[in-house]
Design a protein around this ligand. Sequence first.
Ligand SMILES: Cc1cc2nc3c(=O)[nH]c(=O)nc-3n(C[C@H](O)[C@H](O)[C@H](O)COP(=O)(O)OP(=O)(O)OC[C@H]3O[C@@H](n4cnc5c(N)ncnc54)[C@H](O)[C@@H]3O)c2cc1C
Length: 475
Amino acid sequence: MLKTRHLILGAGPAGLGAALRLQEAGVDWLICEREAEPGGLSASFVDERGFTWDYGGHVLFSHYETFDKRINAARPHAGAWLDHRRESWIWQGDRFIPYPFQYNLHRLPPEGAAACLRGVEEALRVRHDTPPANFRELLLRSFGLPICEHFMFPYNDKVWAWPLNEMDCDWIGERVAMPDIARIRAGFEQRRDDKSWGPNNAFRFPDRGGTGAIWKALADGLPPERLRFRAEAVAVDASARTVRFRGGDVIGYDACISTIPLDQLAALADDPALTPRIPLRASATRVIGIGLAGTPPPDIRTKCWMYFPCANSPHYRVTVFSNYSPSHVPGPGPQWSLMAEVSESPVKRVDADGLVQTCVNALVEDGLIPDPAQIVSTTMRRVPYGYPTPFLGRKACVAELLAALEARSLYSRGRFGAWTYEAGNMDHAFMQGYECVGRLLNGGGPECEPTLNTPHVVNSRYNPESEAFHAPAKP
Ligand SMILES: Cc1cc2nc3c(=O)[nH]c(=O)nc-3n(C[C@H](O)[C@H](O)[C@H](O)COP(=O)(O)OP(=O)(O)OC[C@H]3O[C@@H](n4cnc5c(N)ncnc54)[C@H](O)[C@@H]3O)c2cc1C
């Protein structure tokens, strides 16, 4: 039986972050990945007609110097990155409004705008003795009913695919623009667009190969004999410290860093003590790619992505993916591409058979596709684990499970490994793996894994490398 000191399950950003840290420390490790390529949810693919797609709208914005240095070193060639200024908009059925909605009320018809402003002013005047019980209540208390009805409720219903009153509020932080009333009034009164909110108002993108190019490059820099692809873990024996793979191989470990979904790891371990107390909730994402001949209509020529709260479209977001890099379309001749995302859950089913056509019809109706005859390619992929839902009771349930796993030398990290949306982006996932290894090699408590344990702190700043956990590895 093969034995490694550190076995990593999954070669997405979290697994590669762990591998890189182990490689830097010169310590034994092996990564096993089910698919034929690295990248996980952050991989990319090329469809039959040569259009490049990501698994949903990915943009790179980082909170960490450590992360930036590693990905810059992995893709050092001139022109490796294309810099973009965010152009994100909300489609209101008859017009585009810049994101965030509340700072751009002047774009609404006058009565609607005035009602939204009154609503948020009244909501913010009320003092509450208790924190909001759930996400829906937080939205109502923060924005008032008119803004919720125009945008917050329909959009969030669409994207999360679970009832908003069954979600907690712990994840909000930088993910939702909470209202600054002075800024809302200024936008309304001065009738000017305010688009600069948020951590991703500028972002960069690989020149070619989609987001997946980042993770391919990172994996290419690691010793190939330490990376096993098409190696799917099918059983974990936590007491023997072994993992069995499809095909029968068994690999032993001292510590296993797993980045596969937490509920799947618990099932592979087949141990009643590792069964989640509450079923973990997630939504699936369907990614619909539409390749077109010609050029985008003027209205969306510079837009990055658009949110769709309206009921006529199944998608919650559409990205003008050809605007991120010209290499996303195969040519010859002018071409462009749109990528739509649709969410799905046990309480929000999707008719997969007609979905591509339903999305196309809505895009035509909304004027984003001027002529369906221009469509030269359509593709659809389903991502079964898309968004880790911040359901009520999640924090305690996940913390218990992670602790029980850790007591068995199983370290579950990453977007679905730790079931965390607030620290579930690519930079976070990479750093979860990286920081976990730092702690394993050097000892230390939860403070050595700030991304996992204090996401609001890491999200509130750009984290210098000097503060990453870099003590030398133990002999
Ligand atoms: C629709 C969508 C939009 C997103 N947008 C952004 C964005 O704009 N910016 C951003 O930074 N992030 C974004 N993300 C998040 C980003 O995709 C994740 O942060 C990142 O991929 C998580 O990395 P991970 O390593 O934790 O997990 P994953 O990427 O899920 O990697 C886990 C790996 O484990 C492998 N695996 C699973 N089961 C097994 C098994 N049994 N045996 C072996 N291997 C297995 C999988 O194949 C996978 O490669 C988005 C995600 C989605 C779904």
